[in-house]
Design a protein around this ligand. Structure first.
Ligand code: ARG
Length: 289
Protein backbone atom coordinates (compact mmCIF):
# COMPACT_ATOMS: atom_id res chain seq x y z
CA UNK A 1 0.00 0.00 0.00
CA UNK A 2 1.28 3.42 -0.87
CA UNK A 3 1.80 5.88 1.96
CA UNK A 4 1.59 8.83 -0.39
CA UNK A 5 -1.30 11.18 0.34
CA UNK A 6 -3.29 12.05 -2.71
CA UNK A 7 -5.63 15.00 -2.95
CA UNK A 8 -9.08 13.78 -2.07
CA UNK A 9 -11.25 13.06 -5.08
CA UNK A 10 -14.74 14.42 -4.94
CA UNK A 11 -17.47 14.95 -7.50
CA UNK A 12 -18.06 18.49 -8.76
CA UNK A 13 -20.31 20.39 -6.39
CA UNK A 14 -23.34 21.62 -8.25
CA UNK A 15 -25.56 24.30 -6.82
CA UNK A 16 -29.27 23.57 -6.89
CA UNK A 17 -32.07 26.07 -6.64
CA UNK A 18 -33.77 26.14 -3.25
CA UNK A 19 -37.08 27.56 -2.07
CA UNK A 20 -37.18 28.23 1.65
CA UNK A 21 -39.70 29.42 4.22
CA UNK A 22 -38.45 31.80 6.91
CA UNK A 23 -40.06 33.89 9.67
CA UNK A 24 -38.63 37.25 10.78
CA UNK A 25 -37.93 37.03 14.54
CA UNK A 26 -39.94 40.13 15.43
CA UNK A 27 -41.24 38.56 18.63
CA UNK A 28 -38.11 36.58 19.46
CA UNK A 29 -37.23 36.19 23.14
CA UNK A 30 -36.53 33.35 25.55
CA UNK A 31 -39.44 33.25 27.99
CA UNK A 32 -39.52 29.50 28.72
CA UNK A 33 -37.09 26.62 28.71
CA UNK A 34 -37.78 23.64 26.47
CA UNK A 35 -34.18 22.75 25.60
CA UNK A 36 -30.87 23.06 27.49
CA UNK A 37 -29.76 26.13 25.49
CA UNK A 38 -32.63 28.29 26.72
CA UNK A 39 -32.08 30.39 29.85
CA UNK A 40 -35.14 32.59 30.43
CA UNK A 41 -33.31 34.61 33.09
CA UNK A 42 -30.72 35.72 30.53
CA UNK A 43 -31.74 38.81 28.51
CA UNK A 44 -32.15 38.56 24.73
CA UNK A 45 -31.80 41.29 22.13
CA UNK A 46 -34.62 41.10 19.59
CA UNK A 47 -33.10 43.77 17.32
CA UNK A 48 -29.85 41.78 17.19
CA UNK A 49 -31.76 38.58 16.43
CA UNK A 50 -33.51 40.33 13.53
CA UNK A 51 -30.24 41.78 12.19
CA UNK A 52 -28.54 38.36 12.27
CA UNK A 53 -31.55 36.66 10.72
CA UNK A 54 -31.52 39.26 7.91
CA UNK A 55 -27.94 38.28 7.10
CA UNK A 56 -29.11 34.70 6.58
CA UNK A 57 -32.03 35.86 4.44
CA UNK A 58 -29.69 38.07 2.37
CA UNK A 59 -27.14 35.24 1.97
CA UNK A 60 -29.81 32.94 0.48
CA UNK A 61 -31.17 35.61 -1.85
CA UNK A 62 -27.68 36.71 -2.95
CA UNK A 63 -27.03 33.15 -4.14
CA UNK A 64 -30.25 33.11 -6.13
CA UNK A 65 -32.50 31.18 -3.78
CA UNK A 66 -36.16 32.01 -3.23
CA UNK A 67 -37.25 32.85 0.29
CA UNK A 68 -40.91 32.96 1.28
CA UNK A 69 -41.97 34.58 4.52
CA UNK A 70 -44.65 33.67 7.04
CA UNK A 71 -45.95 36.45 9.32
CA UNK A 72 -44.62 36.19 12.87
CA UNK A 73 -47.33 35.85 15.53
CA UNK A 74 -47.02 37.80 18.82
CA UNK A 75 -46.57 35.48 21.78
CA UNK A 76 -44.93 32.73 19.69
CA UNK A 77 -41.22 33.56 20.15
CA UNK A 78 -40.01 30.26 18.62
CA UNK A 79 -41.85 30.73 15.33
CA UNK A 80 -38.58 31.95 13.79
CA UNK A 81 -37.51 28.27 13.77
CA UNK A 82 -39.56 27.45 10.69
CA UNK A 83 -37.93 24.03 10.26
CA UNK A 84 -40.42 22.98 12.93
CA UNK A 85 -43.40 24.23 10.93
CA UNK A 86 -43.83 21.17 8.73
CA UNK A 87 -42.16 18.83 6.26
CA UNK A 88 -42.70 19.49 2.57
CA UNK A 89 -42.01 17.16 -0.37
CA UNK A 90 -43.60 17.04 -3.85
CA UNK A 91 -45.95 19.93 -3.08
CA UNK A 92 -47.37 18.09 -0.08
CA UNK A 93 -46.99 19.63 3.39
CA UNK A 94 -47.25 17.47 6.48
CA UNK A 95 -48.16 19.74 9.40
CA UNK A 96 -46.66 19.34 12.85
CA UNK A 97 -47.89 18.33 16.28
CA UNK A 98 -45.49 19.68 18.89
CA UNK A 99 -44.48 17.64 21.92
CA UNK A 100 -44.00 20.90 23.80
CA UNK A 101 -47.13 22.86 24.75
CA UNK A 102 -45.32 26.19 24.43
CA UNK A 103 -45.18 25.83 20.64
CA UNK A 104 -48.59 24.35 19.86
CA UNK A 105 -49.92 27.76 18.84
CA UNK A 106 -47.64 27.61 15.77
CA UNK A 107 -49.28 24.50 14.30
CA UNK A 108 -52.32 26.23 12.79
CA UNK A 109 -50.53 29.30 11.35
CA UNK A 110 -48.07 27.07 9.49
CA UNK A 111 -50.77 24.74 8.13
CA UNK A 112 -52.85 27.75 7.07
CA UNK A 113 -49.83 29.22 5.30
CA UNK A 114 -49.18 25.97 3.38
CA UNK A 115 -52.84 25.78 2.36
CA UNK A 116 -52.90 29.43 1.22
CA UNK A 117 -49.82 28.77 -0.93
CA UNK A 118 -51.52 25.85 -2.64
CA UNK A 119 -49.73 22.99 -0.90
CA UNK A 120 -51.66 19.82 -0.28
CA UNK A 121 -51.80 19.89 3.56
CA UNK A 122 -51.85 16.72 5.64
CA UNK A 123 -52.78 17.13 9.32
CA UNK A 124 -50.55 14.93 11.46
CA UNK A 125 -51.83 12.34 13.85
CA UNK A 126 -48.60 11.51 15.72
CA UNK A 127 -46.37 13.91 17.67
CA UNK A 128 -43.55 15.24 15.47
CA UNK A 129 -41.72 18.52 14.91
CA UNK A 130 -41.35 18.64 11.14
CA UNK A 131 -38.05 19.18 9.37
CA UNK A 132 -36.41 19.56 12.78
CA UNK A 133 -36.57 15.75 12.98
CA UNK A 134 -37.14 14.68 9.34
CA UNK A 135 -34.43 15.13 6.74
CA UNK A 136 -34.71 14.15 3.08
CA UNK A 137 -31.46 12.61 1.78
CA UNK A 138 -31.83 11.55 -1.82
CA UNK A 139 -35.10 9.62 -1.79
CA UNK A 140 -34.76 8.48 1.82
CA UNK A 141 -36.12 10.23 4.90
CA UNK A 142 -33.92 10.20 7.99
CA UNK A 143 -36.14 10.53 11.04
CA UNK A 144 -35.07 11.43 14.58
CA UNK A 145 -36.60 10.44 17.88
CA UNK A 146 -35.55 10.46 21.52
CA UNK A 147 -36.52 13.96 22.61
CA UNK A 148 -39.28 15.50 20.51
CA UNK A 149 -40.78 13.51 17.63
CA UNK A 150 -42.45 10.23 18.63
CA UNK A 151 -41.19 7.01 17.07
CA UNK A 152 -44.69 6.35 15.73
CA UNK A 153 -44.47 9.51 13.63
CA UNK A 154 -41.81 7.78 11.53
CA UNK A 155 -44.39 5.31 10.21
CA UNK A 156 -46.76 8.16 9.51
CA UNK A 157 -44.19 10.17 7.54
CA UNK A 158 -43.31 7.05 5.50
CA UNK A 159 -46.98 6.64 4.56
CA UNK A 160 -47.64 10.30 3.81
CA UNK A 161 -44.66 10.61 1.44
CA UNK A 162 -44.39 6.98 0.31
CA UNK A 163 -40.67 6.88 0.98
CA UNK A 164 -38.25 4.76 2.92
CA UNK A 165 -37.71 6.07 6.46
CA UNK A 166 -34.61 5.37 8.54
CA UNK A 167 -35.18 5.90 12.27
CA UNK A 168 -32.35 7.36 14.33
CA UNK A 169 -32.21 7.83 18.10
CA UNK A 170 -30.77 11.00 19.62
CA UNK A 171 -29.24 10.67 23.10
CA UNK A 172 -27.69 14.05 24.03
CA UNK A 173 -30.23 16.66 25.23
CA UNK A 174 -28.23 19.47 23.58
CA UNK A 175 -28.96 17.84 20.23
CA UNK A 176 -32.67 17.31 20.68
CA UNK A 177 -33.70 17.64 17.02
CA UNK A 178 -32.15 15.63 14.18
CA UNK A 179 -31.16 18.82 12.33
CA UNK A 180 -28.80 19.73 15.18
CA UNK A 181 -26.81 16.53 14.60
CA UNK A 182 -27.02 15.90 10.83
CA UNK A 183 -26.55 18.26 7.90
CA UNK A 184 -27.69 17.16 4.43
CA UNK A 185 -25.06 18.32 1.95
CA UNK A 186 -25.75 17.14 -1.56
CA UNK A 187 -28.54 17.73 -4.03
CA UNK A 188 -31.62 15.72 -3.24
CA UNK A 189 -32.53 15.54 -6.91
CA UNK A 190 -30.21 13.81 -9.30
CA UNK A 191 -29.25 11.25 -6.68
CA UNK A 192 -28.48 7.93 -8.30
CA UNK A 193 -26.84 9.71 -11.21
CA UNK A 194 -23.41 11.26 -11.06
CA UNK A 195 -24.35 13.05 -7.86
CA UNK A 196 -24.68 11.22 -4.62
CA UNK A 197 -26.54 12.45 -1.60
CA UNK A 198 -24.25 12.75 1.37
CA UNK A 199 -24.43 14.03 4.91
CA UNK A 200 -22.31 15.38 7.74
CA UNK A 201 -23.08 14.22 11.26
CA UNK A 202 -22.09 14.26 14.89
CA UNK A 203 -21.62 10.59 15.87
CA UNK A 204 -21.80 11.17 19.64
CA UNK A 205 -25.33 12.59 19.37
CA UNK A 206 -26.66 9.10 18.50
CA UNK A 207 -27.05 5.78 20.26
CA UNK A 208 -24.84 2.87 19.17
CA UNK A 209 -27.35 1.28 16.83
CA UNK A 210 -27.97 4.59 15.04
CA UNK A 211 -24.23 5.27 14.76
CA UNK A 212 -23.87 1.90 13.08
CA UNK A 213 -26.75 2.61 10.71
CA UNK A 214 -25.20 5.94 9.73
CA UNK A 215 -21.76 4.41 9.20
CA UNK A 216 -23.21 1.71 6.93
CA UNK A 217 -25.49 3.99 4.94
CA UNK A 218 -23.10 6.90 4.59
CA UNK A 219 -19.53 5.60 4.44
CA UNK A 220 -18.40 8.89 2.84
CA UNK A 221 -20.10 11.13 5.39
CA UNK A 222 -18.23 13.95 7.09
CA UNK A 223 -17.96 13.05 10.75
CA UNK A 224 -17.91 16.25 12.69
CA UNK A 225 -16.03 16.81 15.96
CA UNK A 226 -17.77 17.33 19.29
CA UNK A 227 -16.35 20.88 19.37
CA UNK A 228 -18.03 21.78 16.06
CA UNK A 229 -21.23 20.04 17.09
CA UNK A 230 -21.31 22.02 20.34
CA UNK A 231 -21.41 25.34 18.44
CA UNK A 232 -24.35 24.05 16.36
CA UNK A 233 -22.08 23.54 13.34
CA UNK A 234 -24.36 20.85 11.95
CA UNK A 235 -27.41 23.06 12.01
CA UNK A 236 -26.61 24.00 8.45
CA UNK A 237 -28.32 24.44 5.10
CA UNK A 238 -26.80 23.36 1.79
CA UNK A 239 -27.67 23.93 -1.84
CA UNK A 240 -25.29 21.19 -2.95
CA UNK A 241 -22.37 23.58 -3.32
CA UNK A 242 -22.73 26.40 -0.79
CA UNK A 243 -23.06 25.23 2.78
CA UNK A 244 -24.40 27.84 5.20
CA UNK A 245 -22.72 27.28 8.55
CA UNK A 246 -21.86 28.97 11.83
CA UNK A 247 -18.48 30.78 11.66
CA UNK A 248 -17.61 29.06 14.94
CA UNK A 249 -17.54 25.60 13.32
CA UNK A 250 -13.95 25.95 12.10
CA UNK A 251 -13.12 22.24 11.86
CA UNK A 252 -16.28 21.53 9.88
CA UNK A 253 -15.43 24.48 7.62
CA UNK A 254 -12.07 22.85 6.77
CA UNK A 255 -13.72 19.44 6.19
CA UNK A 256 -16.20 21.03 3.79
CA UNK A 257 -13.47 22.86 1.84
CA UNK A 258 -11.50 19.61 1.53
CA UNK A 259 -14.50 18.07 -0.20
CA UNK A 260 -15.02 20.94 -2.59
CA UNK A 261 -17.94 22.66 -0.87
CA UNK A 262 -18.04 26.42 -0.32
CA UNK A 263 -18.84 27.29 3.29
CA UNK A 264 -20.86 30.49 3.75
CA UNK A 265 -20.64 31.86 7.28
CA UNK A 266 -23.69 33.26 9.00
CA UNK A 267 -23.57 34.05 12.70
CA UNK A 268 -26.89 33.50 14.48
CA UNK A 269 -25.51 33.72 18.04
CA UNK A 270 -28.61 35.52 19.33
CA UNK A 271 -30.93 32.86 17.96
CA UNK A 272 -28.76 30.18 19.54
CA UNK A 273 -30.04 31.50 22.89
CA UNK A 274 -33.31 29.85 21.91
CA UNK A 275 -31.50 26.66 20.90
CA UNK A 276 -31.69 27.19 17.16
CA UNK A 277 -29.35 28.00 14.29
CA UNK A 278 -29.28 28.30 10.52
CA UNK A 279 -31.20 25.14 9.64
CA UNK A 280 -33.77 25.70 12.37
CA UNK A 281 -34.60 29.05 10.75
CA UNK A 282 -35.03 27.42 7.32
CA UNK A 283 -37.77 25.14 6.01
CA UNK A 284 -37.32 23.75 2.53
CA UNK A 285 -40.36 23.96 0.23
CA UNK A 286 -40.10 21.11 -2.27
CA UNK A 287 -42.46 21.15 -5.21
CA UNK A 288 -45.52 23.32 -5.72
CA UNK A 289 -49.14 22.53 -6.34
N1 ARG B 1 -36.64 26.83 21.09
C1 ARG B 1 -36.97 25.95 20.01
C2 ARG B 1 -37.43 24.60 20.56
O1 ARG B 1 -36.88 24.16 21.53
C3 ARG B 1 -35.80 25.77 19.09
C4 ARG B 1 -36.12 24.93 17.89
C5 ARG B 1 -34.95 24.65 17.02
N2 ARG B 1 -35.35 24.05 15.81
C6 ARG B 1 -34.75 23.05 15.16
N3 ARG B 1 -35.19 22.72 13.99
N4 ARG B 1 -33.77 22.39 15.69
O2 ARG B 1 -38.33 23.99 20.05
Amino acid sequence: MSTQTLPQAHPPRIQQHRRYLMCRPEHFTVSYRINPWMEPERPTDTAKAIAQWEKLYDAYVALGHEVELIDPVPGLPDMVYTANGGFVIDGRALGVKFRVGERRGEERPFMDWFAAQGFDVVEPFEVQEGEGDFLLVGETILAGTGFRSAGDSHREVAEVFDREVVSLRLIDPRFYHLDTAIAVLDPVEGAGGALRANIAYLPTAFDDASQQTLAERFPDAIRVSDADGAVFGLNAASDGRNVFISPRATGFDAQLRDRGYTPVHVDLSELLLGGGGIKCCTLELRGTR
